[in-house]
Design a protein around this ligand. Structure first.
Ligand code: DGT
Length: 137
């Protein structure tokens, strides 16, 4: 018998990995959002009419108050939350104007990539940890 495949509702999410020397930036997701209390890379969902790069530029402006130069795409992955799936695009960010401020996050931290292993991070990111750490080193 043929098994019917279910098509997920896919949501594209763009994230930026800001690099400063040996450190990368993570932000604490605020209360009231899903995955509150977990450390994430700044970013969010693409909106209608945006390219991934323009969506990330907007998110970094809104969330950190910086004007970022979107660098290389480093990783693409997917993760399912029930019938909704996210497609995550990870971009490297090396250059920006302004000092990042926690406009949206409860806290921002600069950490060594290895430190990611000890933080509470979304499952969608945890399964990519080795890949994230390896492209950063
Ligand atoms: P909203 O609240 O619906 O307006 O959504 P946005 O555009 O502020 O985006 P957000 O951050 O709530 O949605 C991103 C989704 O991707 C959310 O379900 C959490 C998930 N996610 C998994 N890993 C990451 C990550 O490293 N960074 C971000 N920003 N989201 C992540």
């Amino acid at each position: 018998m043929e098994t019917k495949k279910k098509r997920a509702n896919w949501v594209p999410v763009v994230t930026g990995i800001l690099r400063k020397g040996e450190h990368i930036m993570v932000g604490l997701r605020p209360e009231g959002k899903n995955l509150a209390g977990q450390w994430e890379f700044p970013g969010g969902k693409m909106e209608v009419g945006e390219s991934p790069e323009s969506a990330l530029k907007r998110e970094l402006q809104e969330e950190l108050s910086i004007e970022a130069e979107i660098g290389e795409i480093r990783l693409v992955s997917s993760h399912n939350y029930g019938e909704t799936g996210i497609i995550l695009l990870f971009y490297e960010i090396r250059f920006w104007k302004g000092e990042p401020k926690p406009v949206h996050h409860s806290e921002l931290r600069w950490i060594e990539p290895e430190k990611l292993r000890t933080l509470d991070i979304p499952d969608a990111n945890r399964k990519l940890l080795d890949q994230i750490i390896s492209f950063l080193s």
